[in-house]
Design a protein around this ligand. Structure first.
Ligand SMILES: [Zn+2]
Length: 721
């Protein structure tokens, strides 16, 4: 199944007639399409026919006035009248084409989602303007007229009967309108990461802060991740993905994901002043593609630096098409203190609603009683609002966009050129190389093997343990040479062959660093011992060694990360270890190759689907260069569920999570302790692991702890937290 794209050339018509300095300008649309053309992406997509939204679709979420007011401007070229009308709304201009194009933007978004739900395309992108996420029920706002994403969401709820839709809004501005529309609806999980600066950032609303988590049945289903400083970058955003978005998304198990994809948090954008690199949008996208059976609709919102907007959007589309995630040019580092505080605040207000956050330890407020007396490993959430609660009568319509200092703009532009030129966009000839050291393995696997590229298994080498099969070396060659993106080997994965192949990758093929993950329920300690002094190999294991337990198996060494999960743990525990330890550490290590040793079928409480998801999530790293080793088994009746799902994950097939076994269960207490211990041991080495602190055991966002009476006036539901 393919990727769809929808756009309409007329969308370049919409512009401001009285002030050409508006950042929301036709070149935004034109340049995104141009970059997608240059990368030959559009020709690989199924083009969808743009269409106008119907009145019925609009009226589900907007008042009749919202249609008639704009309709009256249709084809009217009285500039003065258009400017006067525009001044009634916050940050907005109206053009004679605006009405038609707003209908087209909303209708095309519905069309994209319909095609995904019909199964005609797996995923897709709407390259549209005007954007939508600020368009409220009865008020245009922030360049937006009709709420494209919300209208498509409502369509999926009403006409397709969907019960779980995740909206991810990574535009730098809070999609306050989308939040309002689904605030008490538990069927829609709205997750927004946005600039806030404690209310000093547009749209200056209290409702954009983290403690606005929904109402009534929707409590816990509205998630705001407000950023209170500028210059937040990949490390901050990926921490938000790993610590919040992905764990919650996997627990929610959506049937559809719609992204309000603004690129105004990208490096160079004068509005956002953030520093996400264009390639990081591939990582955002890929990490969501394992969910919802791959049903992902990306819908363009803002983004006002033409270069980072067009590059970020094009790389998003490229990832939807299944090309490998380009490695980030700098490894991730510590998230800023401000981002850490935001993540902890969000965890604190949501921990009652999401099992995946129940790993948080609490401290007794009664004993401390005062935010000033907390200890180093304790966190006390605050609410601060610097915005105004007043609404002006009219809004300025000219010279309202921030203008970059030309010197800074030139520096940012040069930085972007370096990033774009340095980003690897190679695509290998084969997606999976397959190799096995015995024909009987292959015969029983013909259904799987057909979808892979067969590699010759005719090599023998003399290695650590004497003469050994060289099949893994052939596989590593194909990955390093770029013939295959990823690989599967079936053979003897006893420790010698793993050791030899890791050594080969480093010593003979000159890779700088390799990550080895032993995902078997009985990991091999010899491999760990062999590499424990080698800084080029990061050794990780998921399950506890049988001969030891607790912190003894952790091993407080930088390049040895033993998570020590229990054999009886469930999917939720495995994903927790992945999001809270393995992915942050891997992103900081930045391996050029990942080698995984896995069981042919996962045992204990872990499902094959969960194993497939782990493999999928690891493909974001090392440009997708991932080798998975399974043990040969002579018994043809033995289960191959792990192997089969691994092929699917590496091919980019959707992995059904229809029975989210474990992800929805309480976390295993022993495993939770093990994860906590590892984070405490390892955060001396890997400073991405910053989130193991204690939070208050009771609600401290209400009196007597929080005495700003305005907070409660605006958020009466805080009392229910
Ligand atoms: Zn925006």
């Amino acid at each position: 199944m393919t990727t769809g794209v929808v756009y309409d050339q007329r969308m370049a018509d919409h512009k401001c007639l009285w002030d050409l300095k508006y950042n929301e300008k036709p070149e935004r649309f034109i340049n995104v399409l141009k970059r997608c053309e240059e990368l030959k992406l559009l020709q690989r997509c199924l083009p969808l026919k743009p269409r106008e939204a119907t009145e019925e679709e609009l009226l589900k979420l907007h008042t009749p006035d919202m249609i008639s007011i704009l309709k009256d401007t249709d084809s009217i070229s009285d500039e003065e009248a258009l400017e006067k009308l525009s001044s009634k709304y916050d940050f907005l201009y109206i053009h004679p084409s605006t009405y038609q194009l707003s209908l087209l933007a909303a209708g095309s978004t519905v069309e994209l989602v319909s095609n995904i739900l019909d199964g005609k395309i797996r995923n897709g992108m709407a390259i549209i303007r005007p954007p939508g996420h600020h368009a409220m029920k009865s008020e245009y706002c922030g360049y937006c007229f009709y709420n494209n994403v919300a209208i498509a969401t409502q369509h999926a709820l009403d006409n397709r009967g969907l019960k779980r839709i995740l909206i991810v809004d990574w535009d730098i501005h809070h999609g306050q309108a989308t939040q309002q529309m689904f605030y008490d609806d538990p069927r829609v999980l709205y997750f927004s990461i946005h600039g806030f600066q404690n209310g000093a950032f547009w749209p200056h609303l209290r409702e954009s802060d983290y403690h606005n988590i929904g109402r009534g049945a929707g409590l816990g289903y509205n998630i705001n991740v407000p950023m209170n400083e500028v210059k937040m970058g990949n490390s901050d955003y990926m921490a938000i993905f790993h610590q919040l978005l992905l764990p919650i998304a996997y627990e929610f198990n959506p049937e559809l994901i719609i992204v309000s994809a603004g690129y105004d948090a990208a490096l160079g954008c004068p509005e956002g002043e953030m520093e996400i690199t264009p390639a990081c949008y591939s990582h955002f996208t890929n990490s969501l593609m394992g969910l919802a059976n791959g049903r992902l609709a990306v819908v363009l919102e803002g983004g006002y630096c033409l270069k980072s907007l067009s590059e970020g959007a094009a790389l998003t589309l490229r990832t939807l098409l299944g090309d490998p995630c380009p490695p980030l040019l700098s490894n991730l580092d510590t998230p800023t203190k401000s981002a850490q505080n935001t993540v902890l605040s969000v965890m604190y207000v949501l921990r009652r609603y999401w099992k995946c956050l129940q790993h948080l330890e609490v401290f007794s407020v009664q004993e401390i009683n005062d935010a000033t007396k907390i200890r180093e490993n304790q966190f006390w959430p605050q609410i601060e609002f610097l915005g105004s609660d007043e609404k002006p009568e009219s809004y300025p319509t000219r010279d309202i966009c921030p203008v970059q200092d030309p010197k800074i703009a030139a520096e940012l532009d040069a930085q972007l050129d370096v990033l774009i030129a340095g980003t690897c966009l190679d695509v290998q000839q084969y997606r999976i190389g397959f190799i096995a050291n015995s024909t009987e393995s292959i015969e029983s696997l013909s259904e799987i093997v057909q979808r892979c590229h067969m590699l010759p298994a005719d090599r023998t080498e003399t290695g650590t343990g004497g003469k050994t099969s060289g099949i893994l070396l052939n596989l590593i060659d194909s990955l390093v040479d770029g013939t295959c993106r990823s690989g599967i080997a079936i053979g003897d994965n006893s420790c010698n062959i793993v050791i030899d192949s890791l050594k080969y990758a480093i010593d003979d093929r000159s890779l700088q660093n390799v990550m080895f993950i032993d995902m078997r329920t009985h990991p091999d300690r010899e491999i760990q011992k062999f590499f424990q002094e080698d800084v080029r190999i990061l050794y990780a294991s998921l399950f506890a060694f049988l001969d030891s337990c607790g912190s003894e198996s952790v091993g407080a060494k930088k390049f040895t990360v033993n998570v020590g999960l229990q054999q009886s743990c469930g999917d939720g525990d495995v994903l927790s270890a992945l999001f809270r330890i393995l992915l942050p550490v891997a992103y900081q290590f930045g391996p050029q190759l990942i080698v995984v040793a896995a069981d042919r079928s996962p045992s204990g409480g872990v499902s094959s689907e969960c194993f497939g998801q782990v493999i999928h999530l690891l493909t974001s790293l090392s440009g997708g260069r991932l080798a998975v080793i399974f043990k040969h088994n002579k018994d043809p009746s033995s289960s191959l569920s792990g192997l089969k799902i691994c092929v699917k994950a590496l091919l980019g097939d959707p992995i059904s999570m229809s029975t989210p076994k474990g992800t929805n269960q309480q976390l295993n207490v022993v495993s939770m302790c093990a994860i906590r211990n590892v984070i405490r041991e390892q955060n001396a080495f890997w400073n991405a692991l910053q989130f193991e602190v204690q939070v208050p055991d009771i609600n401290v966002l209400i009196p007597p702890y929080m005495n700003d009476e305005k907070v409660l006036r605006y958020n009466p539901e805080l009392l229910q937290h």
